[in-house]
Design a protein around this ligand. Structure first.
Ligand SMILES: [Cu+2]
Length: 241
């Protein structure tokens, strides 16, 4: 069903765009393999630290994340501490971008924008989005702000850059680091700091699915039953798209 639809979409989009889509999904496939290796490592580390929930979940989607409180700059040039100012006590969705990217970052930005407007249409829909630059040397706060403006970003979506060592430390901790910026992955890291539940989703998934994944993580309570089976069909579907 989904396959037929995709084929139909490709026909409708025409050959040029179809080629781009094929390219993108190839990139995604490659990157996916890389991401799951990283997850496996994180998972492994988590188990070594003796947290039984990771072992119980058995889901590669659940990730152990320790968010560093490094000093960063937001898109207005304000100094923030990443963990205490942007993550503590909240549910957040984080993507990794650079402003001069012409491949996956523009669609990821557009997806975040749509997630933000979908959330705004709901009562009490407060979704915190964070885009972190993987090229902080080029991406000044001004550039980050201009990039966000292209997608009509609203308050609640923060654009993070800063000094290279601090941003690299942050990217490494969040699993968004790659030696070369061209190599970055379309991954969205979703976390609920209050419960310690973290998961990864496909940044090129549909905005509705991404929002559903964010809400699911946001609604997880601290009870062991709810914490256990990290996600569900919604997440699986994303990965197979
Ligand atoms: Cu990119």
């Amino acid at each position: 069903m989904r396959g037929i639809f995709t084929l139909y979409e490709m026909l409708m989009l025409g050959a040029g765009r179809a080629a781009l889509l094929v390219g993108l999904s190839l990139v995604y496939t490659l990157v996916c393999a890389r991401a799951s290796a990283a997850q496996e490592m994180a998972h492994h580390e988590h188990m070594m630290h003796g947290h039984e929930e990771a072992a119980a979940a058995g889901a590669s989607k659940e990730t152990a994340v320790r968010v560093p409180d490094v000093e960063v700059l937001d898109e207005t040039g304000r100094r923030l501490h990443f963990y205490s100012d942007l993550v503590r006590g909240r549910t957040v969705a984080i993507n990794f971008i650079f402003t001069t990217c012409t491949t996956i970052c523009p669609p990821m930005g557009a997806t975040f924008a749509r997630v933000q407007s979908l959330a705004a249409e709901r009562a009490g829909g407060d979704v915190r989005l964070i885009s972190i630059s993987v090229d902080p040397v080029t991406d000044t706060p001004e550039r980050m702000k201009a990039w966000g403006a292209k997608f009509k970003a609203r308050p609640g979506w923060t654009f993070v850059t800063g000094s290279l060592p601090q941003i690299n430390e942050l990217l490494k901790a969040l699993g968004g680091f790659s030696g070369s910026r061209e190599d970055h992955s379309p991954v969205v890291l979703i976390g609920n700091d209050a419960t310690g539940v973290w998961t990864r989703a496909n940044g090129l998934a549909s905005p509705a699915k991404l929002l559903a994944a964010i809400e699911e993580v946001g609604q997880q309570t601290k009870s062991p039953t709810a914490e256990q089976p990290m996600n569900s069909s919604a997440m699986k579907e994303m990965h197979h798209q």
